[in-house]
Structure formats: C-alpha cells, structure tokens
Design a protein around this ligand. Sequence first.
Ligand code: HEM
Ligand SMILES: *[C@@H]1O[C@H](CO)[C@@H](O)[C@H](O)[C@H]1NC(C)=O
Ligand SMILES: *[C@@H]1O[C@H](CO)[C@@H](O)[C@H](O)[C@H]1NC(C)=O
Ligand SMILES: *[C@@H]1O[C@H](CO)[C@@H](O)[C@H](O)[C@H]1NC(C)=O
Length: 476
Amino acid sequence: MASILVSVVGTITATYMFLYLLLHISQDTKEPPAIVTQIPFLNKYGLPIYTLRLPFSRIYIANDTELLPSIQAQWRAISFSVFTANTGEQLGMTKTSRETMERGLMDPDSFSISWPKYMQPAMVPGEDLDRMNKISIEAIASATKDLSANGTARVGLWQWTHDIIIRSTSKAVWGPQNPFEDEKVEEAWKIFEPGFLTLNIFPFASLLFPQILRARERIATAMVQYMRRDGPKSGSGLVRRLVEHHTRFGLPLEDIARSQIGIGFAVMSNTAPCALWMLYHIFSDERVLEDVRREVAKLVETRTEEGGGVETATNVVDLSALQSSCPVLLSTFQETLRVRTLSPGVRMLLEDAVVDDTYLLKKGNLLMMPAMVHHTSAPIWGPDANLFNHLRFKDNPRLGRTAFRGFGGGHVLCPGRFFARTEIMALAALLLLRFDVMPAGGNGSSLRRRIPRRSRASLFQITISRWSFDLEDQRI
Ligand code: HEM
Ligand SMILES: *[C@@H]1O[C@H](CO)[C@@H](O)[C@H](O)[C@H]1NC(C)=O
Ligand SMILES: *[C@@H]1O[C@H](CO)[C@@H](O)[C@H](O)[C@H]1NC(C)=O
Ligand SMILES: *[C@@H]1O[C@H](CO)[C@@H](O)[C@H](O)[C@H]1NC(C)=O
C-alpha cells in the first residue's frame, strides 16, 4: 500500500517538475508575462496583456482596451475564421467541403474569410434588411396578440422569449418555406443548439450522444428539402447571398443545406439570450420601466372610426420610428449588451504576431479579448462601471468606442447587429405597450393585458410606415 502511495506521489512530483520546467524554459522574454504558475490573485498584476500557461499551449488574455486596435489590425494572423472553418465536421459535411472551408485561412478571398463579408449587403440598412425586420416584427406582433387573447397569460419568460425569437428570426431568414415552422425541427433545434458545444469538446461525442446527432440530422433533412424546393428564392437576401457564395465555391446542395444549420447559431443563439436580458432589465426595475414605457407610448396614436353608428378606436403604433425616437430604449439595449455579453473574443494565432510593437504572440496559441473585461473597465466607463445604468448611452450611442464589444469589433464585427437590435427593441416595445409583466411566484412570469389609461381603444394595430431609417451607429 505504502509503495503504491510513494510511486503515485513520485509520479505526480515528476510530472509536476517536468511541466514546471516546460513552462519556464519555453517562455520567450518578449511574450506577455505568464501568471498561471502563481497564486492567481489576478488584481495585483495590472498587466495590459498576460499569458495563461497550459502545459502544451498558452492563452493570451488582452486585458487593456488600448491593445485591441493593434490586435484587430492583424486579423489575418490573429484569426477568427479558423473557428467557423472548423465547424464542418460537427455539421456533418463532406470531406471535400470541409477542405474548402479550411483552405487559405489568411487569404481574404478564401471561403471562410469571405462569406461574412459577402452577406453583408443583405444585413446593412436597405431593402433586404427592412424586409427581414418587417417579417420578424409581424411574427412577434402576432405572438403577443395570441398572448393577450385571454387577458392574462403565465409563461416562463426564457421559454417564451426563446420560442418567439426562434420563430420570428427563422421566418425572417428562411422565408415562407422556413424549415423551423415544422414543430419537429424546432424541437430538434432545441436539442442540437445546446448540444453543439458537446460535439466540439468530447471526442467520440457522436457515439456518446446519439440524440444530438439525430437532432442534427432531422434539421439537415429539412434543410436539404428546403434547398431542393427552391426555398432560398423566397427567403431573405441573407440566405440568397450565402447560397450564392457557397455555390461559387463548389459546395454541393447537401452541404450548403448543412451550412445553414451553422447560420442558425449566428442568427438565433445570441439574439434569444440578449432579448431575455433586455426584458429582464426593463421589467425588473421601476425606473427603467417608467422611462422606456413613456418613450414608446409616444409612438402610439389613437384613431377612431365610425361605422354603422358605432365608433371603434384603435391604438396604432408605428414601429419604424423605434430607432429614431427612442434613445432611452436604445440605450437600454446597449447597456444590456454591455453588462450581459459573455463574448470571449477568441482568436487563434496562425502566425507569430507582435502587438503594439511590444508583445510577441506565438503561432498556434489562442488569444482572448473577453468582453467582460473591457465592459467593466473603470477608466472607460467610470466608477459605476459595474452597475446597470439604462441611460448610459442615451446621449452618446457610441460611448466606449473600441471598449464596447457587444457586437465584436474591427474586422470581426457582427453583420447581424442592425437586424438583432431592431428585432429586440420591437419585442420590448410591444410587450411594454401591451402587457404588464410580473413575476408569477418562483417559476414563471405573468403577462397581463394592459389597457393604457386615457385610451378608449380596445384594438391594437402595428404599422411599419417607413423603414430605411438612418443608423449612425455603424461601429467599425
Ligand atoms: C443580439 C444578437 C447578437 C449578438 C449579441 C451578436 C454578437 C456577435 C459578436 C460579439 C460577434 C463577434 C465575435 C467575436 O469577436 O469573437 C459576432 C459575429 C458575428 N455575428 Fe453576431 N450577434 C448577434 C446576432 C447576429 C445575427 C442576427 C446574425 C445574422 C447574420 C449574426 C451574424 C454574425 C456573424 C456572421 C459573425 C462573424 C462575423 C465575421 O466573421 O466577420 N449575429 N456577433
Ligand atoms: C487587468 O486590468 C485591470 C485594470 O487595469 C487590472 O486591475 C488587473 O490587474 C489586470 N489583470 C491582470 C491579470 O494583470
Ligand atoms: C386561452 O385560453 C384557452 C382556453 O382556456 C386555451 O385553450 C388557450 O391556449 C389560451 N391561449 C393562450 C395564448 O394562453
Ligand atoms: C409552478 O410550479 C408548481 C409546483 O412546482 C406547479 O404546480 C405549477 O404548475 C407551476 N406553474 C407554472 C406556470 O409552470
């Protein structure tokens, strides 16, 4: 017994010594200081960038916002595309397509670097975007109408928000033939969405978690059918551009269909939690609620109509004014992103790179620019950096500049930011106008239909008169 103990302790000690030496011998003096080998009282360091050492790799953490422009300028060597390029296997694509996706990761014309840029025209303010936002808002409006039918509805707020974002977004993206309209596909998505990470992390995950794979195949089958039936033709500009791009690179129909599952993550997986937190911050704080409700209430007009001696009144809200006339709601949205975004900003070093002419980052390692770090920096946001202040961005939507990472930054800037912002603000506005939202004792929320004071109107109508609003906030 004792000898086993000795040999175990001996092995551990030897391994420890080996790793310790490995860590220290391989540290270049020009690399950011390593801190993992010390007791991690991180706050005593005050480093602009540091290295977390793992035995055979390291992670650089960019801690000072001032380093970000230099990092972002070197987007070829400090790569984001490498991660999207590697999803082919988890999505079940053929080897040939996977190779296409993984080729030329430092070349702007390569598959994986070019597709996010290729779809951009469909996602910046313009006709394609207007159409998508209109469809998504109509879907949200119809869901809130269903909810108000019974006066009061009890829902799990996350469940409800997640469902509604899946429905409204997928309809806006894929159009009338939207595969997610099929309940079985929606159910499969709810299994595959959280399961995707599992597939990434565990070797043999496909053997260990067959239900995740089954869910994926169900969605894939529906997507293939969508492609065969010419679904993209009546879908969004986004889908059409992506199909066009992938076709040019020679991807077969089946793999283009599978790539759309990946797009599902981009369009739905960030939007749903963001929408939930936005609602949470609005409805859990009286001051926020009062401020934003006052603002959106101004968009409502009561119209009366005579018909057969009966007068009917309708509350009409024009949501195209949402972006231009609701600075507090917009500020609340940005503050929600600032406080809640978990984006780690992970990059892979495809080549050695020198940041700010000072720090050497070595090929093959990871770099992170955690949003949390840059969103809570007191020098940038002030002494209340850790508090939620819904008015923070009211007079300056570009506050914080590079430090605001809610939609990324530099070359990797979220092309979906305009769409997501409008969708979430519209969702919040409709709930604000139509419901009182209250906690329903532990396991849900109660949404009670709201009839505005001073209004005789019993009907509610949503219009979208003019869409191409200006968005001065084109963070680049
Ligand atoms: C509230 C919702 C959303 C949030 C918070 C969000 C957030 C982000 C963030 C933080 C990044 C950068 C990641 C990084 O720096 O590592 C990003 C990139 C991206 N987002 Fe979004 N996103 C949202 C919605 C959307 C939507 C609706 C689309 C639909 C087109 C989309 C498509 C993309 C794509 C394609 C990229 C990669 C861009 C590139 O490689 O250049 N996102 N998003
Ligand atoms: C990161 O930056 C903050 C703020 O400047 C600082 O307090 C902290 O010590 C830094 N972290 C490390 C590990 O150096
Ligand atoms: C409204 O009530 C009816 C009857 O109780 C029920 O069938 C229906 O699902 C409810 N609708 C909503 C949106 O809760
Ligand atoms: C809340 O939980 C209780 C017991 O845990 C359950 O009986 C009730 O149906 C739940 N309500 C909702 C709206 O889910």
